[in-house]
Design a protein around this ligand. Structure first.
Ligand code: GSH
Length: 203
């Protein structure tokens, strides 16, 4: 049985919930009380000493970090569909997973974090929006002649980048000035099994 340890409010946990849903995998969500700082205490710290969500167990195997969870699930349960096994394709997916962990995290993810925990995020809205402009501008140009970020089909790189960017309109940043990103967001939502942050199917 797969157990995902995460708060429903965790954007990184949402990435993993999207893939679990797309793959049609049954799992238990072990709800972590973020406000109660449960992720900074045992037993969560035994799953991830970094004290960050998500962490996941699949039988005796345990893994932390959203990208590690996505990689594990894609490889274990998705064949080559979401993470190809050829060097070129795998490297392209890794490239966009890195962008997600860096530029997307520092911009779109931060915008969401500031709305939820304004006391904890000291960056100004201007700085966060400039970071969003930077990465979304690059993504918009990249998506000009292509449907997906890494491959000629959807991959875990799209799922990873989608989750934080999908929250932007509710975080005070309008994504609609980026036409290609906007079309890509809709494309990800139309993947069979894709869910919103509340777990409801899109469409
Ligand atoms: N690189 C990690 C980042 C995880 C992360 O920042 N998780 C947030 C929730 S979305 C968290 O637990 N923040 C609490 C903290 O850093 O103290 C991943 O992709 O899983």
């Amino acid at each position: 049985m797969i157990r995902l340890h995460s708060s429903m409010a965790s954007v990184n946990g949402y990435k993993v919930r999207i893939l679990l849903s797309i793959l049609g995998l049954e799992y238990e969500l072990v709800d972590i009380d973020m406000a109660g700082m449960e992720h900074k205490k045992e037993p969560f710290l035994s799953l991830n000493p970094f004290g960050q969500m998500p962490a996941m167990q699949d039988g005796d195997y345990q893994i932390a970090d959203s990208h590690a969870c996505l990689t594990y699930l894609a490889r274990k349960y998705g064949g080559d569909d979401w993470l190809p096994s050829d060097a070129e394709g795998q490297a392209k997916v890794a490239e966009w997973m890195s962008k997600s962990a860096n530029e997307v995290h520092q911009g779109p993810w931060m915008a969401r974090a500031k709305v939820r925990r304004p006391d904890a995020i000291t960056l100004s809205d201007e700085e966060i929006h400039a970071r969003c402009d930077h990465i979304l501008g690059l993504m918009d140009a990249h998506l000009k002649d292509r449907d997906w970020l890494a491959l000629d089909r959807a991959s875990i790189a799209d799922i990873s980048c989608f989750a934080p960017i999908s929250f932007l309109p509710d975080s005070g940043y309008a994504t609609d000035k980026w036409a290609n990103v906007t079309a890509w967001l809709e494309r990800v939502k139309s993947i069979p099994g894709a869910i919103d942050a509340d777990g409801k199917a899109y469409g």
